[in-house]
Ligand binder design. Structure first.
Ligand code: FEO
Length: 405
């Protein structure tokens, strides 16, 4: 029995799961692992679509050999050059020296820059086609989703789209490969939250290019199968939901009503303000409240929740006449991602000279976010006389969030 999964006639999944890497891109934790997806199309010609991370090169080569035996791979189609997908290019070429590497001009420049390969390539442009025999595939550039060379590969006869990182998600593929073979049917399936975290961490700076890509791909709909480089292969069963999520996130539209309270705290005084505010919000009917002490919550989960929920409150002690370092880092992350609007409020503390609330208010102003309530500021120890101002802030947040909550 073959070990490699044939996900459609002549289309094989030759990717691999990574359950040991601690940080994706050296940055983002992977509690559920990640998959590096590559696909092999078997026709008169054999085409490999993308490769996988260097740690799994031998597994990729073994999977391909299992499918094609003594035949050779004719084409390596490269949709994206980030090394989690491109690192096995040279090994694939050494295994099948007659292979032609297919990519757009930006891709081929990177193939040379990363791997020193300048020959045996075929440059393709937007809309160009390539015949594999019974199948014809076409190439469509979607620059800055999320690198400049990113493109997708489409097979019209079969309604297949190889989408690169677009429509990807964190999470290893436990057993199945397609959405219907995996735990994706439940709204609480970890894949959905991990998709938001993947998007908000990796792609979110490029909302405009993602919108342009979605518009460009619209004439290709409906698709029978979408094959991204990470996460499940999406069939018509789930792809509309995936497309809707990517569309809304790339318009920076919050996915649900809810409040993120993200704060730093050195000795618990700022944290007590956060707790009081959360209680006041809950007392007014808010049920989705994501509390993130930034010393212990990794930024990737905070960003995920900021993309999910429509209200954000940031709190910080004054530290070295500025923001607590973890709060400053979150502000940097938000500035990079250019989220145009959220219901926003802030709070902070100081011992002898206040700066945190001033800095947070300046951030809101420079970002075009309106403060829905005056900041709550605590001098030295937290005291219960802040309850009334936390209650007013909660009232204003709930009013700005709109009903129903
Ligand atoms: Fe999965 Fe942008 O690489």
């Amino acid at each position: 029995m073959k070990r490699v999964t044939e996900i459609a006639p002549g289309l094989h999944y030759v990717g691999a799961n990574d359950r040991t890497k601690h940080r994706f891109e050296g940055l983002w934790p992977l509690p559920n692992g990640v998959s590096y997806n590559a696909y092999l199309i078997e026709d008169d010609k054999i085409a490999l679509v993308d490769t996988i991370d260097a740690a799994f090169t031998e597994r990729l080569l073994g999977s391909i050999r299992e499918v094609i035996g003594d035949r050779s791979v004719d084409y390596l189609i490269i949709n994206h050059m980030e090394p989690d997908h491109s690192a096995s290019i040279d090994a694939v070429r050494r295994q099948w020296p007659g292979i032609t590497i297919v990519g757009n001009s930006k891709t081929l420049q990177m193939v040379e820059g990363f791997y020193g390969i300048g020959a045996g390539t075929l440059a393709v442009g937007d809309g160009d086609t390539l015949s594999l025999g019974a199948r014809e595939i076409s190439f469509h550039l979607i620059p800055m989703v999320h690198w400049p060379e990113t493109m997708v590969t489409y097979c019209a006869q079969e309604g297949l789209l190889f989408s690169g990182d677009a429509f990807g998600t964190f999470g290893a593929l436990d057993g199945g490969v397609t959405d219907v073979q995996l735990d994706t049917a439940r709204d609480t399936s970890p894949f959905w939250d991990e998709m938001v975290r993947y998007y908000s961490n990796i792609v979110a700076k490029y909302g405009g290019p993602v919108q342009r890509a979605i518009e460009k791909l619209a004439p290709l709909l409906p698709l029978r199968m979408v094959c991204p480089t990470h996460g499940p292969v999406w069939t018509a069963h789930s792809f509309p939901r995936v497309l809707d999520l990517y569309d809304r996130m790339s318009r920076y539209e919050a996915l649900e009503k809810g409040v993120v309270i993200a704060y730093g705290s050195m000795y618990g005084n700022t944290e007590q303000t956060a707790e009081r505010l959360a209680r006041e919000l809950a007392a007014r009917g808010v049920r989705r409240i994501a509390m993130h002490n930034l010393t212990s919550s990794h930024a990737s989960f905070v960003l995920r929740d900021i993309f999910k929920y429509n209200a954000l409150v940031i709190g910080s002690p004054t530290y070295n006449m500025g923001l607590f370092p973890e709060v400053r880092s979150l502000i940097d992350d938000l500035e990079l991602r250019c989220i145009p609007s959220r219901v926003f409020a802030c709070f902070g503390g100081f011992t002898w000279a206040g700066a945190a609330v001033k800095r947070l208010s300046e951030f809101a102003g420079s970002h075009g976010w309106e403060l829905v309530a005056p900041p709550v500021e605590v001098k030295q120890g937290y005291s219960p006389d802040k309850t009334a101002s936390c209650a007013s802030m909660a009232e204003a947040i709930v009013a700005a969030m709109g009903q129903p909550l």
